[in-house]
Design a protein around this ligand. Structure first.
Ligand code: ADP
Length: 465
């Protein structure tokens, strides 16, 4: 569930809850107060009849008013029942001669009840008539009000409350959803920019903040841009430093190597020391060359040809060179497809030679190194597998890091500085591809796969008249 949906959902749910509670309270209070009004007018009518009735003790009779229609409003019907259950009188408008509320009569005391007679809904008050002297119950007045108007009003109110409530919640959800979307739009822009930076390795991008509101999200965008600004400056400084250092180191190294040659030709110096100086100087030149290449690749200044490269031919070339490198390791070619990519032949060869020389280096005598080339969908996959030292799973994610070596002492002895795979990976990326390493673990061999996008075949366009 997105944040926008979640916010809208909770907002609407709370609103719906509040409206329901409010609606229920309005409905309940209104219904209760209208019913109380009716009850009061019923009580007034019954009291009036009782007050105007005369009880004559010597005759043991009650004189009730002859015209009962005058009591209560036009909506109120009255019956007067004797204590023996006979109907003494009733409103002339009333054609019904059974008790309006038989249950109320049976109870024998004051009762207010809702009664249904057929489809008519009545509110009936049963009020006992008592003599003033000994409180003897001599009869009952039943006053009834037709509740049709009240029921209609109540159902209309209910309809308005439910309809209005639903409409209000829907409208609020719509407006709320739109507002939240608008408020969160800069966040989406931040996410997209962050993704673009990661994918394109481009720190120069910024979140477009023109006209963005100065709210929390707007401030987050600005803070993000400031961080990017600083990061970009630091990265550029680091790249410049690396490029400058490697560039500056090349000249003295060339001078050292030249002087070693001179000393050797002049004779007199210890040849072992000269050999050591020469090999260290060459190693340092290689290192400086690698560093410079990485610095150039980082700053986008690495010149890269864009030629058609036949990978199968290139792989055979690498295979021949690998056979010369391999001392006691059996190098072979497995399956090989034809594949053409666009790129820099020399750099691609450097990439493959890096992988193959690693494979040969880290595979003990008697082991095997196999090269293969296959076309998989839109990609060419070059695999370099060996049966050598393998790489522990926890080291695998780091082997493409600069200066990272699994077995520090061993790889240093073998002349590696831990830059070969970083360069190989960089070259693969610059060609729109990727480099993957797989290993079952220590001693179980390693496979490196280079994936490069194949050239798209030019589509044949036929012109029809
Ligand atoms: P190096 O110059 O030290 O070989 P790389 O960047 O080429 O540096 O390789 C990094 C590390 O990855 C190496 O030090 C080595 O430990 C490990 N590695 C590379 N290729 C293999 C392989 N085929 N088999 C086992 N380990 C390897």
């Amino acid at each position: 569930m997105t944040l926008r949906l979640r916010l809208t959902f909770w907002y609407s749910t709370v609103l719906a809850l509040i409206i329901s509670l409010f609606g229920a309270a309005v409905y309940g209070i209104l219904a209760a107060s209208l019913t109380r009004q009716i009850d009061l007018s019923l009580a007034a009518a019954a009291d009036e009849i009782i007050r105007t009735s005369r009880f004559s003790p010597e005759l043991q009779t009650v004189h009730i008013p002859p015209n009962l229609d005058q009591f209560g409003g036009p909506n109120i019907y009255v019956q007067v029942w004797g204590s023996d259950g006979t109907l003494a009188n009733q409103s002339a408008r009333l054609t019904y001669t059974d008790p309006l509320d038989p249950g109320g009569l049976a109870e024998g005391r004051r009762a207010l009840r809702d009664v249904r007679i057929g489809r008519i809904h009545l509110r009936v008050l049963t009020e006992p008539m008592q003599t003033a002297i000994d409180n003897q119950v001599v009869g009952y007045v039943q006053a009834a009000a037709d509740l049709r108007v009240l029921d209609d009003a109540k159902s209309q109110l209910l309809l308005i409350l439910i309809g209005g409530g639903v409409a209000a919640v829907l409208l609020a959800a719509l407006v709320g959803g739109m507002t939240v979307r608008q408020a969160l739009q800069p966040l989406e822009a931040i996410t997209q920019t962050a993704l673009k930076i990661t994918r394109a390795d481009d720190l120069s991008r910024r979140i477009p903040m023109d006209g963005a509101p100065q709210d929390e999200v707007g401030r987050l965008g600005m803070a993000f841009n400031e961080s990017l600004e600083r990061l970009e400056r630091l990265f550029n400084a680091q790249r410049r430093f690396l490029a400058d250092v490697s560039h500056e180191l090349r000249t003295p190294l060339t001078a050292i190597r030249g002087n070693v040659d001179l000393l050797r030709r002049m004779g007199g110096a210890d040849p072992t020391s000269l050999d050591a100086i020469q090999s260290e100087a060459e190693r340092m030149s290689r290192l400086v060359g690698d560093l410079l290449l990485l610095a150039q690749a980082d700053s986008g200044n690495l010149p890269l040809a864009r030629d058609r490269v036949e990978l199968d031919t290139l792989l055979l070339e690498v295979f021949r060179e690998a056979q010369m490198l391999a001392a006691g390791v059996h190098v072979s070619i497995g399956e090989i497809d034809q594949a053409v990519v666009i790129g820099d032949r020399d750099r691609l060869k450097q990439l493959l030679l890096n992988l193959v020389s690693n494979a040969v280096t880290y595979t003990p005598e008697g082991g095997r190194v196999t090269l293969g080339l296959a076309r998989v969908n839109e990609f060419a996959r070059i695999a370099v597998s060996d049966t050598g030292a393998g790489i522990p799973p926890d080291e695998l994610p780091h082997i493409f890091d600069r200066f990272y070596r699994v077995d520090k002492a061993r790889s240093r002895l073998m002349g590696g500085a831990g830059l070969g795979l970083s360069i190989a990976q960089r070259i693969a990326h610059l060609h729109g591809g990727r480099l993957e390493a797989m290993s079952e673990g220590e001693g179980k061999g390693t496979t490196f796969c280079v994936w490069l996008p194949l050239t798209r075949r030019p589509t044949q366009v036929t012109l029809a008249a």
